[in-house]
Design a protein around this ligand. Structure first.
Ligand code: PEP
Ligand code: MN
Length: 274
C-alpha cells in the first residue's frame, strides 16, 4: 500500500477536517446534501430547482455549466451563461453553489461564480488542473476517477494540498465494473476506508454511481448508514426532459421521499439540514 500521501493522511491530522461553505458543514458528525440538475439548462429550470431545494431545507446546489460528455454531439452545457444563471439562482434562494471546472483555462472563471469547484471523475488525474485547484481560494470537490484506486484518489487530493489548498472533499461516485445493470458500481467500502486513511470529508454520489433513479434511494441509505459525510443527488423539475443524465435524475417528489428515507440513518447530532 502506498504511503506517499502525507498531507491528507490521518497520521498527519488525527481530527476530521471540517469544511464550512455557507450554511453547510462537511466533516465530523455533520451531514450535507448537495442537490441539483446534472446541467444548468435554462433560467427557468435552475430557478425552479433552486426554489424547490431551498424549501426542502437544502443549502447547496449543483449544476454543470461545462459538461464532460462522452459524445461531442451531446449537450455540452451553457458555459459562462450557465455559471451566471447558477450563481444568480443560488443567491436568490440562499444556496451555496458547486460546479465543475474542466480545465485550467476555465478554473478562475468558475471560481468567480462558485462557492466550491468540482473536479470530475474524468479529470481526477489531470495533474495541471489539480495543481491549479491548489492555487484557488475555494474548496474543491474531488470525484473519484472511473477506474481510480483509493490510493490514486488520495494522491490526487495530495496534489491539491501540496499546491496550497487544504479544503478538499472526496466523492465516491462509482467505478467501472461488470455489473451490466448499472452505469458504474458504487464502491461502498471506499467510504469508511477513505475516512480511516484520511481526515477529509467523504461524500457519495449515488446518481452517477448507478445511472438509475430507482436505485438512488437505496444507495443513499447505504451510503448514509456506512457513515458518508454527505450525498450529491441529481434533481430535475422534469427528468424525462433533462438534457443530460435523464435516467438517473429524481423529480421533486422523489427527492422529498429520499430525504425521508435516509432520515433513520443520519448522524444523530449536527445534521446541517432539517
Ligand atoms: C457530474 O457530477 O456532473 C459528473 C459529470 O460526474 P462524474 O464526474 O462523477 O461523472
Ligand atoms: Mn450528471
Amino acid at each position: 500500500m502506498s504511503i506517499e500521501y502525507k498531507l491528507v493522511s490521518r497520521q498527519n491530522h488525527v481530527q476530521d477536517s471540517i469544511i464550512r461553505i455557507g450554511e453547510n458543514i462537511f466533516g465530523g458528525e455533520n451531514f450535507v446534501i448537495i442537490a441539483g440538475p446534472c446541467a444548468v439548462e435554462s433560467e427557468a429550470q435552475i430557478n425552479e430547482t433552486a426554489e424547490f431545494l431551498s424549501t426542502a431545507g437544502i443549502r447547496m446546489m449543483r449544476g454543470g455549466a461545462f459538461k464532460p460528455r462522452t459524445s461531442p454531439y451531446s449537450f455540452q452545457g451553457l458555459g459562462l451563461k450557465g455559471l451566471q444563471l447558477l450563481a444568480g439562482a443560488g443567491e436568490r434562494y440562499g444556496l451555496s453553489i458547486v460546479t465543475e471546472a474542466m480545465d485550467i483555462v476555465a478554473i478562475e472563471q468558475v471560481a468567480e461564480y462558485a462557492d466550491m469547484i468540482q473536479i470530475g471523475s474524468r479529470n481526477m488525474q489531470n495533474f495541471p488542473l489539480l495543481k491549479a485547484a491548489g492555487k484557488i481560494n475555494r474548496p474543491v470537490l474531488l470525484k473519484r476517477g472511473l477506474s481510480a484506486t483509493i490510493d490514486e484518489l488520495l494522491l490526487a487530493a495530495e496534489y491539491i494540498f501540496d499546491a496550497g489548498n487544504e479544503q478538499v472533499i472526496l466523492c465516491e461516485r462509482g467505478v467501472r465494473g461488470f455489473n451490466d445493470h448499472t452505469r458504474n458500481m458504487l464502491d461502498i467500502s471506499a467510504i469508511p476506508i477513505l475516512q480511516k486513511l484520511s481526515h477529509l470529508p467523504v461524500i457519495a454520489d449515488p446518481s452517477h454511481a448507478s445511472g438509475r433513479s430507482d436505485l438512488v434511494v437505496p444507495l443513499s441509505r447505504a451510503a448514509v448508514a456506512i457513515g458518508a459525510h454527505g450525498l450529491m443527488i441529481e434533481v430535475h423539475p422534469n427528468p424525462q426532459a433533462a438534457l443530460s443524465d435523464s435516467a438517473q435524475s429524481l423529480d421533486f417528489s422523489e427527492f422529498q421521499n429520499l430525504i425521508k428515507e435516509i432520515e433513520p440513518f443520519l448522524p444523530t447530532s449536527g445534521s446541517s439540514h432539517d
